[in-house]
Design a protein around this ligand. Structure first.
Ligand code: ADP
Ligand code: ZN
Length: 750
């Protein structure tokens, strides 16, 4: 060996930690081949072998120690730039720890699905869609028999293409029609079809005209100036009544963020991501905007993601998952309608986009702006503590009055006799008739949820509550009993009302379908549309209904909570809440809050134009604070009553304490119960031995929705003032108990 020639020695192998999208608690260690060392950096996507498969993972650390066993080598690193910048990687870690989710499952939410595909590690090709085009016809049946003699599957594919007019996107054929790619390849080999790459179908929002935004009012200017003068690290809340022009305030703040060279994210609930909303954002930012709606194809989503990652687009607009948009130099995140439960993801990782927005903003030095006419009590609590700065927009644009709300007492008000089971009072009937007579529009809300039956006295309106949990008891048939769905408390079904002594009756459900039928009979000339989950299963169906409403082609729009959100129709002069009590007695501590928000929001749809408007709220509990506050359009009035009800001497609930829920489910009821009992026993032991009784453990009890998709469900709740205690048990159960759903900060307890 010549002196000084140490460089010829074999280099010491380098190792990297890679998180895989699998339910395992720790990253795996892989060897970094020298030719990939430039690209294997934290946040980079890599292809690695796992047993006999290959998967896409994300590098979380480099230059780590060699593992005890021989490490396999990383196979590929497809991106020039790491897919996840440092702060997003840190955000993934936070989600994993806070929600008790395996790190790989947390990271999975941060990148579009297409970027996890090992078939195409570089992601889908940009800008085009592959289509299959028929090039030869096989006209006669006899000939078909001959040509497809050996391959009946090819014949099915051929005839499907024929039925689709001779060509169709490959994605549609494979994903929707279930045809297999080798069969289509066969058609091509046989010379009957060919592949072609065509420009992708247009963005459904691309053709929208985008009006320039109006001048800010003095009130809006005051709020914009106030927000810009607030330290970036302090989140702000815009508490503005319905129709006060919150959107323009967001857009103006974001304009100055973008003007200073930064990017921004605007989160809106999926249902409010209407063409009108997108047009307003485009009116300010033009093609700087990437719209991330749920109807995008995998390829379109990956395109939008890449355009943001490269800084070609700087403003991301979208629902929940847009909180992970790879916006460069993030300057602000707006969470519109921050109280909306749809910001909580219903599957792993069960994150809340508002809370993730607050954490991400802290990691990136960005500003957070929350907005709502009916803020959540969580956010109001933060505002009361000074941890969020609140700005108010107390008046509607043009000083239009908020519509007067008439609370109609269903126990005593005169009803239309023909209505039978539909609670339809003469007051509401006359208002609807008059509005239709003047050529104005009507919105009718009926938020029916059929599964939890509670006991209410028809005479005095009293509802039987659990003595321990302050939620309504649910009526059970087998065995007959009233049961609490939090703690399991049980009592016999009383035969008389405890308050007034009248004989009690069970409530009967009424659905939107029945209402539509009745309204159709009652007002035969009216053009009526119904909007609920049953009518809007196809992706843009609700946009089409709303479009017709906006164009005046509908007279009555009726439906569930879907019609309460963010709509702005100036010709709506009457809003009727047909039965405000449908959600009030659900076994969920947020039942009153949700009812208040729903009624106040739908009331806010009336009188947005110069003709004014009126709201009719039909209820059996006219004095309930949720109803009263909604009638007064006053969130502070609601919070003033509701917040103390969640603090001692009452059973304590968020925002006073943190909450987590553990759900065990099984096709066999007894096994679900057993699993929930094991979780509860573990929690109680942990609480006594390690957590100094920081937790209160409730349950197990059957979930209010006792059986879902063939599985029986039992849950256990824990509450604690100390977030760390909740974090510890959430992580431990998340890592250990298979088949138990861990839901921290749940938005629903049903
Ligand atoms: P919110 O979200 O607070 O309910 P919007 O932002 O939807 O209210 O605004 C309500 C209506 O007022 C919309 O039709 C909007 O176009 C209009 N608007 C908002 N700001 C102004 C303004 N400064 N001048 C004129 N019209 C405005
Ligand atoms: Zn109870």
């Amino acid at each position: 060996m010549r002196p000084g020639s140490v460089t010829t020695l074999t280099p010491i192998p380098k190792f990297a930690e890679v998180v895989l999208p699998l339910p395992v608690p720790r990253p795996y260690t892989y060897e970094v081949p020298p030719e990939l060392s430039g690209r294997v950096v934290p946040g980079a996507r890599v292809v690695v072998p796992v047993q006999r498969r290959r998967v896409v993972g994300v590098v979380t650390a480099v230059a780590v120690a060699a593992p005890a066993v021989t490490a396999k080598a990383i196979l590929a690193a497809p991106d020039e730039e790491p897919a996840l910048a440092g702060p997003l990687l840190a955000l993934g870690r936070w989600i994993s720890r806070y929600y008790g989710t395996p790190p790989g499952w947390a990271l999975r939410a941060l990148l579009p699905g297409a970027l996890w595909s090992v078939q195409r590690p570089a992601g889908p090709t940009e800008g085009t869609d592959r289509v299959v085009v028929l090039v030869a016809t096989v006209p006669s049946l006899l000939e078909r028999e001959r040509v497809f003699k050996r391959s009946p599957k090819r014949r099915v594919a051929y005839e499907a293409l024929e039925a689709l007019g001779g060509s169709a996107p490959l994605r549609h054929l494979v994903q929707r029609l279930g045809l297999s790619p080798p069969v289509l390849d066969g058609l091509v080999r046989q010379g009957l079809a060919r592949y072609a790459d065509v420009a992708r179908p247009r963005d459904p929002f691309a053709a929208l005209s985008s009006p320039p935004p109006p001048q800010l009012t003095a009130d809006q200017q005051r709020v914009v100036a106030g927000i810009l003068a607030t330290p970036v690290a302090t989140p702000v809340l815009i508490q503005g009544v319905t129709g006060s022009g919150k959107t323009l305030v967001y857009l103006d703040v974001l304009r100055s963020v973008v003007a200073s060279g930064n990017g921004a994210i605007l989160l809106v609930p999926e249902i409010a991501l209407t063409p009108q909303t997108v047009a307003r954002v485009r009116g300010v930012f033009g093609d700087q905007v990437a719209v991330l709606h749920s109807a995008l194809s995998d390829g379109e989503r990956a395109d939008a993601w890449r355009a943001l990652r490269r800084g070609q687009r700087r403003v991301a607009v979208g629902p929940r998952s847009a909180v992970f948009a790879p916006v460069q130099r993030l300057g602000a995140i707006v969470v519109d309608e921050e109280h909306e439960p749809s910001y909580k993801q219903g599957s792993v990782p069960r994150y809340h986009a508002r809370d993730v927005a607050l954490v991400r903003a802290r990691l990136e030095g960005a500003r957070v702006i929350l907005g709502s006419a009916t803020p959540s009590l969580e956010t109001l609590h933060l505002a009361a503590q000074g941890r969020v700065t609140r700005f108010e927009l107390p008046e509607r644009i043009d000083a239009r009055p908020l519509p007067p709300v008439e609370v109609v007492d269903l126990r005593s008000a005169e009803r239309v006799p023909e209505a039978r089971g539909v609670p339809w009072t003469t007051a509401l009937d006359e208002a609807v008739r008059d509005a239709l007579g003047r050529g104005e529009q009507v919105i009718l809300l009926l938020n029916r949820r059929g599964f939890a039956t509670y006991l209410q006295c028809p005479a005095c309106g009293d509802v039987r509550d659990c003595p321990h949990c302050a939620i309504a008891l649910t009526v059970h048939q087998t065995p007959p009993a009233l049961r609490c769905h939090y703690c399991g408390h049980e009592e016999t079904i009383p035969t008389a009302c405890r308050m007034c002594g009248k004989q009690t009756q069970r409530m009967r459900g009424l659905g939107t379908q029945q209402l539509e039928h009745f309204v159709g009979l009652r007002f035969p000339a009216a053009r009526i549309a119904r909007m609920d989950l049953d009518t809007t299963s196809s992706k843009w169906a609700h946009h089409r209904v709303l479009e017709r409403m906006a164009q005046g082609k509908l007279d009555v729009l009726l439906g569930t909570q879907m019609i309460a959100k963010g709509l702005d129709f100036p010709n709506v002069t009457v809003v009727g809440v047909v039965d405000a009590d449908t959600g009030l007695h659900l076994p969920d501590f947020r039942a009153a809050e949700r009812t208040f928000q729903l009624v106040a929001q739908v009331a806010g749809r009336a009188g947005r134009g110069p003709k004014g408007g009126r709201v009719y709220v039909q209820t059996r509990v006219p004095d309930h604070h949720a109803i009263r506050a909604a009638a007064a359009h006053s969130v502070s009035q609601f919070a003033a009553v509701e917040l103390p009800l969640r603090a001692p001497p009452h059973p304590v609930y968020p925002p006073r304490v943190g909450l987590a829920r553990f759900v065990a489910s099984d096709p066999v009821d007894a096994r679900a119960q057993e699993a929930a009992e094991a979780v509860a026993a573990w929690l109680r032991r942990m609480n006594a031995e390690r957590l100094q009784d920081a937790l209160s453990v409730l349950g197990p009890a059957p979930c209010p929705i006792a059986r879902l998709k063939g599985r029986w469900r039992w849950h256990v709740l824990v509450k604690a003032a100390e977030p760390r205690a909740i974090g510890r048990v959430v992580r431990a159960i998340g890592a250990r108990a298979r088949g138990v759903v861990v839901d921290r900060d749940p938005v629903s307890l049903l």
